[in-house]
Design a protein around this ligand. Structure first.
Ligand SMILES: *[C@@H]1O[C@H](CO)[C@@H](O)[C@H](O)[C@H]1NC(C)=O
Ligand SMILES: *[C@@H]1O[C@H](CO)[C@@H](O)[C@H](O)[C@H]1NC(C)=O
Ligand SMILES: *[C@@H]1O[C@H](CO)[C@@H](O)[C@H](O)[C@H]1NC(C)=O
Ligand SMILES: *[C@@H]1O[C@H](CO)[C@@H](O)[C@H](O)[C@H]1NC(C)=O
Ligand SMILES: *[C@@H]1O[C@H](CO)[C@@H](O)[C@H](O)[C@H]1NC(C)=O
Ligand SMILES: *[C@@H]1O[C@H](CO)[C@@H](O)[C@H](O)[C@H]1NC(C)=O
Ligand SMILES: *[C@@H]1O[C@H](CO)[C@@H](O)[C@H](O)[C@H]1NC(C)=O
Ligand SMILES: *[C@@H]1O[C@H](CO)[C@@H](O)[C@H](O)[C@H]1NC(C)=O
Ligand SMILES: *[C@@H]1O[C@H](CO)[C@@H](O)[C@H](O)[C@H]1NC(C)=O
Length: 447
């Protein structure tokens, strides 16, 4: 049943044409099944396409070839304030010019008192704000007041296109703490998750400064200037695979609010999130939405690792398919696509019809018009948590098993501070980007 509230029209438009005349379904992609040449880019949603699919989140290891994804805009030290959203584009407008648009977003951001609110109106899938300048080691920090309410999750993370990930996540059912987590290439490891108490114990009411300090040798989570957790690269060496399984590839800073406790989610996910979302919560009643509040956000870039092949200062790209630090080089290759039909393989394709594509494709998400694909508007679900590579994609609680290898299961959060927090199979939680996307699609379709 389709019911259109004005605020949801965008989301509706984003999915309507999936069932419309084109009846094109984007091919799925995974490490084992790369995208075809015509739709060469594997998006963060695990679907093949062109245009936006080739920008942030495009996984070169699952795409047609390493150069299918557009090169990634290089790190830029910067402080972001929230007087306006002039430097933010929606995910079907942005074509890779990070100078023009520092941010790409989906969902329902609002400005209030000089802060950014990521909101989640009733029955929506929340909001996602992703920075378009990649960070390849650096310090990111933000003043944040989390959302509240069971089932509602706020995030502040770094996520690479090959699914290295560094997280802060606030689960609205417990405002006394924040969860920290990390992944290497989306590989699931139950011992990676942890949680830190936050001083004075109410992450919704009080501002705190959350920082991720990420260098080639060491990763620190700092809250209000105090280091609450440290991960050394040294400690992540895996003798079997003979590599450091440490987050090490250029990553985008992302902020989001998403409905982990959506009723249609797997039970484990809902439990992790503290229970099903109450859509009659006081925040919905008084403000019209759940919300997380972000104040000033800063990015300080560190030097690239020694030994990096540096041939310019515009972009990062992958020169081999190991997806590790040594696979990354810095060049002058441009990052901007000419149209929603262009790809890393032909960045100038359709240079005359860009605006037409934008306008005329706006109701055909996930469908193809003149070879162009337009990304779905999936609210806050675009960047959550490491998607397991196919080797680890076991989502036992999921209903679809031929997912594009991007399941992830989170940590058991019932034990707060011991590293023995490895969950038993029954307690395992399925969250992760692909799962979240499935949820989002279900939610949108049933609106
Ligand atoms: C980027 O530029 C370098 C030269 O600086 C070139 O060797 C490389 O193939 C280019 N990569 C992509 C993905 O365009
Ligand atoms: C990106 O946008 C900036 C600011 O609008 C503009 O000056 C620049 O020419 C654009 N770059 C490309 C490659 O389109
Ligand atoms: C080390 O790598 C092997 C091979 O990829 C993998 O099976 C194993 O789970 C890894 N060990 C840890 C502790 O991650
Ligand atoms: C596309 O652009 C090129 C050069 O910018 C121009 O020569 C050509 O006529 C344009 N084609 C159309 C259909 O506008
Ligand atoms: C969009 O398509 C319509 C026909 O479907 C056309 O009349 C219109 O000019 C197009 N919009 C743009 C901006 O080209
Ligand atoms: C939206 O999609 C429908 C069904 O595909 C199509 O008939 C209609 O012309 C489209 N509208 C625009 C503005 O492109
Ligand atoms: C559509 O894709 C084909 C290759 O599959 C390509 O030859 C053609 O130029 C593309 N057309 C447009 C308008 O992008
Ligand atoms: C896009 O494709 C439609 C039919 O598929 C065609 O009528 C239209 O002319 C094409 N537009 C461009 C710019 O190629
Ligand atoms: C892609 O994966 C989804 C979820 O498993 C499945 O429903 C869909 O049919 C797949 N699409 C294709 C084209 O294989």
């Amino acid at each position: 049943m389709l019911r259109l509230a004005p605020a949801l029209i965008f989301a509706y438009l984003a999915t309507s044409a999936v069932a419309a005349d084109d009846d094109f379904t984007p091919p799925n992609c995974s490490l084992d099944e790369h995208c075809p040449e015509k739709y060469p880019c594997c998006s963060v949603y695990g679907q093949c396409g062109t245009g936006a699919y080739c920008l942030g989140g495009c996984d070169p290891l699952m795409s047609y070839s390493l150069d299918s994804c557009a090169p990634m805009p290089i790190c830029q030290s910067k402080t972001y304030k929230w007087d306006n959203l002039d430097n933010a584009a929606t995910n079907n407008e942005y074509l890779g010019n990070a100078t023009e648009s520092d941010w790409v977003y989906s969902g329902y951001p609002e400005l209030e008192d000089g802060n950014l609110l990521l909101t989640m109106p009733k029955n929506s899938v929340g909001s996602l704000f992703a920075n378009n300048h990649y960070v390849w080691y650096g310090k990111i920090g933000a003043n944040i007041k989390s959302s509240r309410g069971k089932g509602v999750v706020t995030a502040f993370i770094l996520l690479s296109d090959t699914k290295d990930e560094i997280d802060y996540e606030w689960v609205g059912a417990d405002l006394s703490q924040v969860e920290t987590n990390w992944y290497f290439q989306g590989i699931l490891d139950w011992t990676n998750g942890d949680a830190s108490k936050v001083d004075s114990g109410n992450t919704f009411e009080e501002w705190h400064h959350y920082e991720i300090d990420w260098s080639p040798e060491e990763l620190k989570w700092n809250i209000d200037g105090k280091t609450v957790r440290t991960l050394t690269k040294e400690s992540t060496f895996n003798e079997t695979s003979n590599r450091y399984e440490y987050p090490q590839t250029p990553s985008r800073m992302q902020m989001s609010l998403w409905p982990a406790g959506q009723a249609s989610n797997a039970q484990g996910t809902i439990e992790w999130a503290g229970g099903e979302i109450d859509w009659d919560h006081e925040d919905i009643k008084t403000k019209g939405y759940y919300y997380a509040t972000y104040g000033e956000v800063t990015v300080e870039c560190y030097d690239p690792p020694s030994g990096t092949n540096i041939e310019g200062d515009v972009s990062y790209d992958f020169k081999d398919d190991r997806g590790i630090e040594a696979s990354v080089e810095i060049t002058d290759n441009k990052t901007v696509l000419a149209s929603l039909g262009a790809t890393g393989l032909d960045m100038d394709l359709g240079s005359n019809s860009t605006s037409n594509n934008n306008n005329n494709n706006s109701n055909s998400t996930g469908t193809i018009t003149n070879n162009s694909t337009v990304p779905p508007n999936l609210g806050g679900t675009g960047g959550q948590s490491g998607s397991g590579s196919s080797s680890t994609g076991t989502g036992e609680e999921t209903t679809s098993t031929n997912a594009p290898g991007t399941f992830n299961q989170g940590t058991d959060t019932s034990s707060e501070d011991d590293e023995n927090a490895a969950a038993s199979p029954n307690e395992r939680v399925l969250r992760g980007s692909f799962f979240a996307v499935l949820v989002a699609i279900v939610v949108l379709i049933t609106l």
